[in-house]
Structures are given as structure tokens and as C-alpha cells.
Design a protein. Structure first.
Length: 45
């Protein structure tokens, strides 16, 4: 996903992924057997 800064998280969140939305906002999600599960939408700074 060029431009969205898709990346896997590390440490305790190692099973989650994050994408940039706008400014400091990020969507965090994880892949499940059923598809994708939204974990969080937050301002990280």
C-alpha cells in the first residue's frame, strides 16, 4: 500500500499492523482467519 506507510508492529503488538491515515492518525488492525479486525484508530503523538 504505497503512501499509507503500512508496517507491522513490534513487541507486545507484534500480531498487529498499522497504516497512516492523516497527520498523526493511524489505523491499527490484525489479520484473522475471517479477514481483518480493526484494533484501534488513534492519534499517536
Amino acid at each position: 500500500m504505497p503512501g499509507y506507510k503500512l508496517h507491522s508492529l513490534k513487541g507486545e503488538l507484534a500480531n498487529q499492523w498499522s497504516v497512516w491515515v492523516n497527520g498523526n492518525w493511524r489505523v491499527t488492525f490484525r489479520f484473522t482467519e475471517a479477514g481483518v479486525e480493526l484494533v484501534d484508530y488513534r492519534d499517536y503523538h
